[in-house]
Design a protein around this ligand. Structure first.
Ligand SMILES: Cc1cc2nc3c(=O)[nH]c(=O)nc-3n(C[C@H](O)[C@H](O)[C@H](O)COP(=O)(O)O)c2cc1C
Length: 186
């Protein structure tokens, strides 16, 4: 397999994950500046644009971190194949714009409902609770808190665990530069 084929394979894996609820690649870890990391749901992966999209709450810590520093890393691991993917890039934040509106309108109610939480993610409660109202037919007020994070990937690393010796490759898409790829020591 050539490095170009392998890069295309990685993007095929990523693009398939959002539509496959059973795929471990659907729930990567998103790391942001200052050693902050959390599990998220991958909502879309676009090989042509080299973007990875997640949804979050505008009031969350990660939103503030990315607003201060757009650098992000997303880590994916599929135990069945022993493949790890690490993707680095810059995050674009979309709230209240055409991108956010299109994602919101296409999202099922179960995805939109958490954005109604009060007082907001990470804030203390005096008893266990989701922060969600008991009855909410109108999910639209949550749109004010809805944030689409779209990471444009500039580096991707593939690693496959192998009993005979692990394998790894690195792919780079520098800003305005030429795609490059190399095998690396895992
Ligand atoms: C399986 C799983 C999927 C999750 N998906 C998301 C997600 O798509 N977006 C999100 O904001 N938080 C998601 N979370 C919650 C985050 O991991 C995290 O706890 C929360 O967003 C607060 O993170 P922050 O304080 O770093 O912003 C998910 C958690 C789990 C366990």
């Amino acid at each position: 397999m050539t490095l170009e084929d392998l890069a295309a394979d990685c993007w095929r894996l990523l693009a398939a994950a959002p539509g496959d609820r059973g795929s471990p690649l659907r729930t990567p870890v998103l790391a942001t500046g200052g050693a902050q990391a959390r599990t998220v749901v991958l909502r879309a992966a676009d090989a042509a644009a080299r973007t990875l999209t997640i949804f979050t709450d505008l009031r969350s810590s990660k939103a503030a971190q990315l607003a201060g520093d757009p650098g992000a890393c997303m880590v994916f691991y599929d135990p069945a194949s022993g493949v790890q993917l690490r993707a680095w890039g810059a995050a674009a934040l979309h709230s209240g714009d055409a991108v956010a509106r299109a994602c919101w309108d296409a999202a099922p109610a179960v995805t939109r409902r958490p954005y109604l939480s009060a007082p907001g993610p990470g804030l203390p409660l005096d008893r266990p609770g989701s922060g969600l109202p008991d009855l909410a037919d109108d999910l639209e007020p949550g749109y004010a808190h809805f944030l689409v994070v779209r990471v444009t990937v500039s580096r991707l690393e593939w690693l496959r665990l192998e009993p005979t010796g692990n394998l790894s490759a690195r792919f780079d898409w520098p800003d305005g530069g030429k795609f490059s790829a190399t095998w690396i020591v895992p």
